[in-house]
Ligand binder design. Structure first.
Ligand code: NAG
Ligand code: NAG
Ligand code: NAG
Ligand code: NAG
Ligand code: NAG
Ligand code: NAG
Ligand code: NAG
Ligand code: NAG
Ligand code: NAG
Ligand code: NAG
Ligand code: NAG
Ligand code: NAG
Length: 707
């Protein structure tokens, strides 16, 4: 009983002391802070609503003496300057103003020297200017600041150096995603022996990596990626043996990877991608037992993969894409890498067969071996990979496509399957028992000179969104089941020997007709079309119908106007005849229209000028007549777009129109003025966009590699 009474007394006492109201000085500092805001997101209302005690204001925390210790106002839509009057809050320890719209400078100097500040988070604002030098502390303990997050702002200038020696307690500094320049700051490790997290990514730092960083004995996270550095990784850095995450991605570093990297035995993630590293992966890599992520993609590394990689038993994600590795992949015993989820070794010089040990990595989600010299048949053991969603063997020398599909057919997990540029001159598998593939979204069986017709089993792929069958020797007609692929939005049948007319089924492709609110689903790995272009979702692909270089015939049906969402239509190099259908002007999203090298006759429909986004247009080598439009979008295309139509005339063609041959569609003149104005604005905009995106569009739609 007595004990309970005592406890109650203590409780009451502490409640009484917690209720100490805020001091007048504190309140006026906060009100000054408020006064400096141009948008307060309702904060003034909330603070001035009856309560006089600022300690109970939203976002404010006080100690028991009524002094403000914390100001926490993230994501409040606050706009204006960060008032240096906050420095009047001498007991302030934590300031969180992240995810607001603050601009101007950060009064760091005053905040650090006049308050008890431990944590400052002003990330995700529009703060700018330099940080300035900090006053030196007169105590041997230095300033108490431990965490400084100024990331995702617009700070510029060099990072203060010598004055940071007073930051003896700094643990985490995140300055990423700003525009800092000059040398990579490094004095921390001398001044702040406790620094554990240093994120300097996405700035404009230059020069070498300072070797003094090796003195940071507590450093766990060092992220310096996406800066413009030079030189190589200094050996001294490998003395920072507490490092767990190290990134120099995209900094322009060169030289070889020193064997000393093996000293960093706590490393969990190593990202050296997008640099100019040469030489081999050092054998000491095997000492990194905790390594989960290894990214060495886009370098110039070479030699065999060291067998010691099998010692990195924690590996989950390994990306060695775009290097010059050679030799046998079987040097690595994958059986020990039971945690492996993503393996990307695309675009190297590896050869031999895919080692069977890979198929014991049952956690594999993505396997990309594209662009190497692998040969042999697909192993039946691949079905052990029960989580596999992404498989690309594109561009190797694999054989027996029938067997490959018989093995893969039962997979219900695969969403992306790139088989192209293998199986040269084999027959397209027609096996009616191929089913499964319930989740297949992207399928490429292209560039393999396969013979036969479009196989019926394709009609069962209800979730297929992207289909490449181009550059084969397929015969026959486009099958009437094509519209059963109700999610298809990209169909490339170019460079085959397909025949017949464009059937109604093809013009009934749901995804090309109307906007469909499908959930975007992301792939594990980005899909590359050309090096510069990558996609993480199928529905981010452009909407494409490519029937070029076949033996199609007949008229281009008016119903083609139904495919209103098409971005690219290529019917070139076929035997289409008749007029260019007026209905094409319904395809207002077209960026590429190629009808060249057919047998088309009649005049150019002036209404095609409505295709404001067109940046590639070609009707050359037909039998068209009349004049080339002298105004609008079509008049911006070069002579080569119209060449090879002897009866066509135009100011830029050899055959000039004489005065009597007035524009065939003179009713254009009757368009009312407002429409013309709207048109010319739209035209001006799309013309600029067209020029800018020309390169991009062309490279996207006329793709050559996809992995
Ligand atoms: C003001 O205070 C009253 C009562 O305390 C409360 O109901 C009301 O929501 C407050 N208004 C604002 C804008 O915070
Ligand atoms: C500041 O607030 C944001 C948003 O609530 C939060 O994510 C962040 O962790 C906070 N910063 C610190 C240092 O606690
Ligand atoms: C800013 O960085 C600190 C330290 O790393 C972290 O605790 C905080 O969550 C970060 N703020 C945001 C908004 O992410
Ligand atoms: C630093 O801040 C950025 C956001 O501005 C965040 O994405 C990043 O993860 C942070 N770095 C560390 C090491 O926490
Ligand atoms: C970089 O900062 C900008 C502006 O604050 C922000 O929109 C963007 O998301 C940030 N990027 C990263 C990677 O954090
Ligand atoms: C690394 O540290 C050791 C002792 O801790 C020292 O002998 C050596 O010189 C250092 N190496 C470098 C490259 O600084
Ligand atoms: C690699 O070096 C070459 C010249 O030696 C340079 O053109 C290229 O931009 C560098 N690549 C990277 C990723 O830094
Ligand atoms: C590392 O790998 C090699 C070759 O696979 C092996 O001989 C060695 O025993 C492994 N070392 C350790 C420490 O596991
Ligand atoms: C392909 O593999 C199958 C076994 O699935 C075999 O019967 C057939 O002979 C192989 N074809 C070739 C050309 O090797
Ligand atoms: C296309 O098929 C036709 C008729 O079947 C044949 O005459 C022609 O040689 C084939 N062309 C090619 C390039 O295979
Ligand atoms: C197109 O088909 C005709 C007959 O069907 C054939 O003579 C011709 O060679 C084919 N053209 C091509 C390019 O295959
Ligand atoms: C053109 O588009 C309209 C509206 O989207 C549609 O109703 C019409 O049928 C289309 N015309 C043709 C010829 O497809």
């Amino acid at each position: 009983m007595a004990f309970l009474g005592l406890a109650l007394a203590v409780l009451l006492l502490s409640m009484a002391s917690a209720a100490a109201p805020c001091a007048e000085k504190e309140k006026s500092s906060l009100l000054q802070f408020l006064a400096d805001l141009s948008m307060d997101g309702g904060l003034a209302m909330s603070w001035r609503n009856g309560t006089v005690d600022c300690c109970s204001w939203e976002g404010i925390t006080c100690n028991r003496h009524g002094a403000v210790t914390e100001v926490s106002l993230p994501q409040r839509g606050l706009k204006g300057h960060i008032s240096s009057d906050l420095s009047g809050l001498t007991a302030l320890q934590r300031l969180n103003l992240s995810h607001n719209l603050f601009s101007g400078g950060l009064p760091l100097k005053r905040l650090v020297s006049s308050t008890a500040m431990i944590v400052v988070d002003v990330s995700y604002n529009h703060l700018g200017g330099g940080l300035g030098e900090l006053p030196s502390s007169d105590t041997i303990h230095g300033w108490p600041l431990q965490v400084l997050n100024i990331s995702s702002n617009m700070f510029t200038g060099e990072f203060p150096s010598s004055s940071w020696k007073s930051m003896k307690n700094l643990v985490a500094l995140n300055a990423s995603n700003n525009s800092f320049s000059g040398q990579v700051p490094s004095s921390f490790c001398l001044g702040s022996p406790s620094i554990a997290v240093l994120d300097l990514q996405h700035n404009q730092f230059n020069g070498n990596i300072p070797s003094v960083l090796g003195n940071c004995s507590m450093l766990r996270v060092l992220m310096v990626g996406h800066n413009s550095l030079s030189g190589t990784i200094p050996d001294e850095l490998f003395n920072a043996t507490s490092l767990e995450r190290l990134s120099f991605r995209g900094t322009g570093l060169q030289g070889t990877l020193d064997g000393a990297v093996g000293k960093l035995t706590d490393l969990v993630a190593l990202d050296l991608g997008e640099n100019n590293f040469t030489g081999k992966i050092p054998e000491s890599i095997g000492q990194l037992k905790r390594l989960e992520e290894l990214y060495l993609d886009y370098n110039m590394l070479s030699g065999e993969l060291p067998s010691n990689l099998s010692n990195c038993t924690s590996l989950r994600n390994m990306n060695l894409m775009y290097n010059n590795f050679s030799g046998l992949l079987s040097k690595v015993n994958f059986a020990t890498l039971q945690n492996l989820e993503i393996l990307d070794i695309a675009i190297n010089n590896l050869s031999g067969v895919i080692p069977e040990t890979i198929y014991s990595c049952t956690n594999l989600i993505a396997l990309r071996v594209a662009g190497n010299n692998f040969h042999g048949e697909l192993s039946p053991r691949i079905v052990n990979l029960k989580s596999l969603t992404f498989l690309s063997i594109y561009g190797n020398s694999f054989t027996n496509i029938t067997k490959a599909f018989q093995i893969l057919k039962s997979s219900n997990t695969i969403r992306v399957l790139f088989m192209g540029k293998n199986f040269m001159c084999e027959a397209m598998p027609q096996d009616k028992t191929i089913d499964g593939f319930d989740n297949l979204q992207v399928l490429a069986i292209d560039q393999s000179s396969l013979t036969g017709k479009m196989p019926t089993w394709l009609s069962k792929l209800k979730n297929l969104e992207v289909l490449f069958l181009n550059d084969n020797r397929l015969k026959g007609q486009i099958p009437s089941w094509i519209n059963l692929l109700s999610r298809l939005l990209y169909l490339d049948l170019s460079n085959n020997n397909l025949t017949g007319k464009i059937q109604t089924a093809l013009l009934d492709m749901t995804m090309l007709k109307s906007i469909n609110s499908a959930y975007p689903s992301y792939f594990v790995l980005p899909i590359f079309f050309v090096e510069s272009h990558q996609y993480l979702q199928a529905n981010a692909f452009p909407k494409v119908l490519d029937l070029s270089n076949n033996n199609f015939t007949g008229r281009i049906p008016q119903d083609i106007g139904q495919l209103a969402l098409l971005n690219s239509l290529n019917l070139s190099f076929n035997r289409f005849y008749g007029q260019i259908p007026q209905a094409l002007c319904n395809l207002t999203n077209l960026e590429v229209l190629d009808l060249s090298s057919n047998l088309l006759t009649g005049t150019i429909p002036t209404a095609l000028n409505n295709l404001h986004f067109l940046s590639m247009f070609n009707i050359s080598n037909n039998d068209l007549e009349g004049s080339v439009p002298t105004e609008g979008q079509l008049s911006t295309f070069p002579e080569s777009s119209f060449d090879g139509n002897p009866k066509l005339c135009g100011s830029m063609l050899i055959h000039h129109c004489n005065a009597i041959e007035a524009p065939p569609n003179s009713n254009v003149m009757a368009r009312d003025l407002s429409e013309k104005i709207i048109f010319s604005i739209a035209f001006a905009v799309s013309f600029v966009l067209g020029v800018l995106y020309d390169q991009l569009v062309l490279s996207t739609f006329h793709c050559c590699i996809h992995l």
